[in-house]
Design a protein around this ligand. Structure first.
Ligand code: ADP
Ligand code: TMP
Ligand code: ASP
Length: 234
């Protein structure tokens, strides 16, 4: 297969259909804009399987996603999207960069979800931007941004409902959206413990913070999430 792009945690390959991609989930894990790196046996399988369960659940609940077919444990066939060059973040509970940037105590629950936008550009460290940056700099149109907000808040509610079933709190997450061949906004990339913060009822961290903060073994922690998700009926 022709490699079109290799990122920090996935590789995109061309397929016979120009509107489709094969995405391979790698075992590499990085944090702090690649300052910290490791290769973790079975990480790609765990993030792929978790993301596939979540994408299928979202699709069932009327969210347009890129997922077409699970090829094997580490490969998926997806709709090739024209990605918006933004990372969309939702925060339900304070953790990570917002605690440092705004001095908010970790674990503070917000009255309503906080919607954030970042310019997706590793050279600048994915900086935070506002609605005007997004629209005036041409990353999305105003109409697209409004739809992006609606879709993201809908995804947040669905993720909260899903993870409530396994007693896990959705602290925050990052998603990436793009346009499909019919110009519909579609969820791309992945949703997994690599791209979300998940806490159990005792606020034990069950996500990439285990790696970022050297708290726990990534394979065991991600396996907890996968086993719990596999144990519920969707
Ligand atoms: P990064 O580029 O941030 O290092 P990854 O290693 O996850 O991230 O690489 C996957 C890349 O593929 C990301 O840049 C993401 O925007 C892009 N991508 C994800 N899903 C799709 C899709 N359906 N169509 C086109 N590009 C996609
Ligand atoms: P942050 O607190 O570091 O800004 O992260 C907010 C959320 O976004 C968290 O769930 C982790 C996720 N995230 C990514 O998926 N990729 C990234 O590059 C960053 C910085 C955060
Ligand atoms: N994904 C980013 C990196 O690889 C940042 C992070 O998740 O902490 O460096």
């Amino acid at each position: 297969m022709t490699k079109l792009y290799e990122g920090k945690s996935k590789i995109c390959y061309a397929t016979d259909n120009e509107n489709e991609l094969n995405i391979f989930f790698k075992n590499e894990i990085t944090a702090f804009n690649k300052l910290k790196k490791a290769t973790i046996e079975s990480k790609g399988v765990l993030t792929a399987k978790i993301s596939n369960i979540i994408f299928k659940y979202l699709e069932k609940n009327n969210i347009n996603t890129h997922l077409l077919k699970v090829i094997d444990d580490q490969n998926v066939l997806v709709k090739k999207l024209k990605m918006f060059n933004i990372e969309i973040i939702i925060r339900n509970i304070a953790a990570g960069s917002i605690t440092k940037r705004l001095g908010i105590k970790e674990a503070t629950t917000f009255d309503k979800p906080i919607f954030e936008l970042c310019y997706k550009n590793d050279d600048f460290g994915d900086p935070l931007i506002n609605d005007d940056h997004c629209v005036v700099l041409g990353l999305t149109t105003l109409e697209e941004l409004q739809k992006i907000k609606d879709i993201t808040l809908k995804i947040n509610n669905l993720l909260i409902d899903l993870f409530k079933k396994i007693n896990i709190k959705v602290v925050d997450f990052k998603i990436e959206l793009g346009l499909d061949s019919e110009n519909n906004i579609c969820l791309g990339d992945e949703i997994s413990p690599d791209t979300c913060r998940f806490w159990d009822e005792n606020n034990r961290k069950l996500d990439k913070d285990c790696f970022r903060e050297d708290l726990d073994d990534v394979t065991s922690i991600y396996s907890i999430i996968l086993n719990k998700l596999e144990g519920i009926k969707l």
